[in-house]
Design a protein around this ligand. Structure first.
Ligand SMILES: Cc1cc2nc3c(=O)[nH]c(=O)nc-3n(C[C@H](O)[C@H](O)[C@H](O)COP(=O)(O)OP(=O)(O)OC[C@H]3O[C@@H](n4cnc5c(N)ncnc54)[C@H](O)[C@@H]3O)c2cc1C
Length: 376
């Protein structure tokens, strides 16, 4: 059989893409090196934040709005609980990157936000202790995604729609023949396709040698939910916090997670490949969290119930890399999600499917093309 499209890598982006292609009645083959929904890539750890007033760049806002809609549709269609509406609070100094970035996206796209002084924020969220001259911006249209359930649901629905998915089937190489057909060689079989999509996460450092990407080890920790009055009567939001020289985030206990998730965003060495990642959790991994919790959330018991290693794939400007592979008309890729990509999986899948089907897309993703990185 000659497939219309092969998708290599079935994590966050690849699972959404096989679903989207199968939904469009294309003959799809999906290939994954590990078992379905594994914990050796970037899409595990119970939960992911979805937020709209995107401090990273206002151009992401229409994309996240589309994704929010698509996650809800997926939830309705599958009957699986995938998205919980939880407000997101961005906390930091006026002079930082986070607070001005949230305000900018909210202003450009006329998004509802509530902008609090530290004193006023303390009154509505008494569990936080933040410096008097910081701000806290609450965005109500945000939420928490059940990361593994999202991937599992996409894979399941894609199979129901006729996608052929192969797990524990590492891709080894691919080639374009003189007839324009593409062969994808795996450790156990060779497949033929008209078009190829590479959604290989951190392994893009190997499969996309011309895109300047690195890998960053990240450790997510879960802390016990306090039982005192304040925590029982006040809903704990998701939060991003810009501390001096570091970002932290937190996610309330949802979707079977063992506690409140707290982690540092970035702050680890950049590595050349996933093979260099240490998958053991070390005692030292918790020290930045300990400091942040003691300072900003002092009522939390700063002993993790559980901790887990995960990977970011980092682009030089921390924006995503979506493009056609240079010199290969029928090969596209999505990579370099730099620790903030999961929420966008549905719209990334639409873009990749549009490129395969029509060669173009209506979604505004030109700012994510890799030509911007020339010289990086
Ligand atoms: C700790 C942590 C917290 C995060 N928090 C958030 C958040 O709150 N909100 C948010 O939006 N984003 C968040 N992110 C980022 C987001 O999770 C990632 O950007 C996203 O999951 C990346 O998906 P992916 O498909 O690119 O990678 P992956 O999900 O890793 O998928 C890549 C897949 O390709 C497979 N593969 C690779 N090579 C081969 C091969 N040769 N053959 C076959 N298969 C192959 C891999 O096994 C893997 O399954 C977080 C990331 C981490 C690590």
């Amino acid at each position: 059989m000659i497939a219309d499209v092969i998708v290599l890598g079935l994590g966050g982006m690849g699972s959404a893409t096989v679903y989207e292609l199968a939904r469009r009645n294309l003959q799809v083959i999906g290939i994954e090196q590990f078992p379905a929904v594994h914990a050796r890539g970037s899409s595990h750890g119970y939960t992911r934040i979805i937020r709209e007033a995107y401090y990273e760049h206002p151009d992401y806002v229409p994309l996240v709005q589309r994704s929010m809609h698509s996650w809800q549709q997926l939830e309705n269609q599958s009957g699986v609980s995938l998205l919980d509406r939880v407000p997101c609070v961005s906390i930091g100094p006026e002079s930082g990157e986070l607070i001005p970035g949230v305000r900018r996206s909210a202003a450009v796209h006329r998004l509802a936000i509530e902008d609090y002084s530290a004193v006023d924020f303390q009154a509505i969220a008494p569990m936080f202790r933040i410096p008097q001259d910081w701000r806290a911006i609450v965005e109500p249209r945000a939420g928490v995604l059940a990361v593994e359930s999202c991937v599992r649901t996409y894979l399941h629905l894609a199979q129901q729609l006729g996608a052929e998915l192969y797990f524990e089937c590492p891709g080894v190489d691919w080639q374009i023949g003189s007839d324009g057909l593409i062969t994808v060689e795996t450790e156990s079989a060779t497949f033929t396709t008209r078009r190829l999509i590479l959604t290989v996460g951190a392994w893009a450092t190997r499969w996309l040698p011309t895109v300047p990407l690195t890998v960053m080890r990240q450790v997510q920790h879960w802390l016990p939910m306090p039982t005192d009055e304040t925590w029982r009567t006040t809903d704990f939001p998701t939060f991003l916090l810009e501390a001096p020289n570091s970002y932290f985030y937190g996610i309330p206990q949802r979707f079977g997670s063992p506690g409140i998730k707290i982690a540092q965003h970035f702050g680890a060495p950049e590595l050349q490949s996933p093979a260099q990642v240490d998958w053991e959790v070390r005692e030292a991994d918790f020290s930045p969290i300990l400091q942040a919790v003691n300072q900003y959330l002092p009522d939390l018991q700063a002993t993790p119930i559980a901790s887990q290693v995960c990977m970011y794939t980092i682009s030089p400007d921390l924006h995503f890399c979506l493009d056609q592979l240079h010199g290969a008309a029928n090969v596209w890729f999505a990579a370099g999600f730099s620790g903030h990509g999961f929420k966008f999986a549905p719209v990334i899948a639409e873009v990749l499917a549009d490129w395969c089907e029509f060669g173009t897309t209506q979604w505004p993703v030109e700012f994510l093309r890799t030509s911007r990185l020339a010289g990086s």
